[in-house]
Ligand binder design. Structure first.
Ligand code: CIR
Length: 276
């Protein structure tokens, strides 16, 4: 399977209600919606420039967090799991997502709620490395959600990692190359999470460590266009990550999504990458 040779990406236009109503872990600075839209546009332009087809969903202004499309779908190959999202306000997001996948020939859709109505999961908790799947268990994903994920993607080993102090597993670690996981170790919670992941891992990986804001370790790894590419956060916003990303082979592209990080959005959360 060409796990990371993506051909298309699902994105969703920004909801007008994001600034005022999106969920956030901390009360913080006001969100500048103009900046959010510009940063989202730039992200979409970057992904398109890599040759990927953009499948764009319309904004739903009644769903403030719906730009974060990674959470309402987990896709590996032709299998898609539509989870029951961890936070009730986000659960309707899977309705439009289901319609999108029904329109893509060859996809096999699994609805978490039909398998176990008590299970919850956010896609941001699911880290697929090509060798195995790690799934964060914390405020959004419960044990039953992990179980449903293991059933749907039964061809891979699924390991649950306790997540505390951060929204999702991928808030602190993501894949940066086919054999490399980039990890945040800037605070006690992220250090604990990545230590648990490292001791549970059965695949062979190199680990790249970054300090500072944990979301500096959230990047998108793509093998389309015959050159491994990493889309990472801007070095001017996250100076601590420069050395780590520069040590990777292949193409590196910076995209600034710092305005979305005010409501806990990372880079991975803005797209669902498909290989078919
Ligand atoms: C939430 O709390 O659900 C949103 N404000 C942020 C979700 C970000 N999702 C992700 O990184 N996968």
């Amino acid at each position: 399977m060409n796990n990371f040779k993506y051909t298309s990406v699902i994105v969703r236009d920004v909801s007008d209600s994001l600034g005022e109503e999106a969920l956030r872990m901390d009360d913080g600075p006001v969100v500048d919606m103009e900046k959010v839209r510009l940063q989202h546009k730039e992200y979409v332009r970057t992904v398109r420039s890599l040759g990927l087809k953009i499948i764009k969903m319309d904004a739903d202004h009644s769903l403030p967090d719906s730009v974060f499309v990674e959470d309402p779908a987990v896709v590996i190959g032709t299998a898609v799991l539509l989870p029951k999202l961890g936070h009730p306000s986000r659960r309707p997001e899977t309705n439009a997502m289901q319609k999108v996948f029904e329109g893509i020939p060859g996809m096999k859709i699994h609805k978490m709620e039909d398998i176990d109505p008590m299970a919850t999961l956010d896609g941001g908790d699911v880290l697929f490395t090509g060798q195995e799947i790690f799934v964060g268990q914390g405020s959004r994903t419960n044990e039953r959600g992990v179980k449903v994920l293991s059933q749907v993607f039964s061809g891979f080993k699924v390991t649950s990692i306790e997540v505390n102090g951060h929204l999702h597993l991928k808030s602190v670690c993501t894949l940066a190359a086919d054999d490399t996981i980039i990890l945040a170790t800037g605070d006690d919670e992220s250090t604990g999470i990545v230590k648990r992941l490292q001791s549970a891992a059965t695949g062979k990986y190199k680990y790249l460590e970054v300090k500072g804001k944990s979301s500096g370790a959230n990047c998108v790894y793509i093998e389309s266009n015959d050159e491994p590419t990493v889309i990472h956060q801007s070095f001017s916003v996250y100076p601590q990550i420069e050395q780590a990303y520069n040590s990777l082979k292949g193409r590196k592209i910076a995209v600034d999504t710092s305005e979305l990080s005010k409501v806990d959005g990372c880079l991975t959360c803005l797209g669902i990458f498909l290989t078919i």
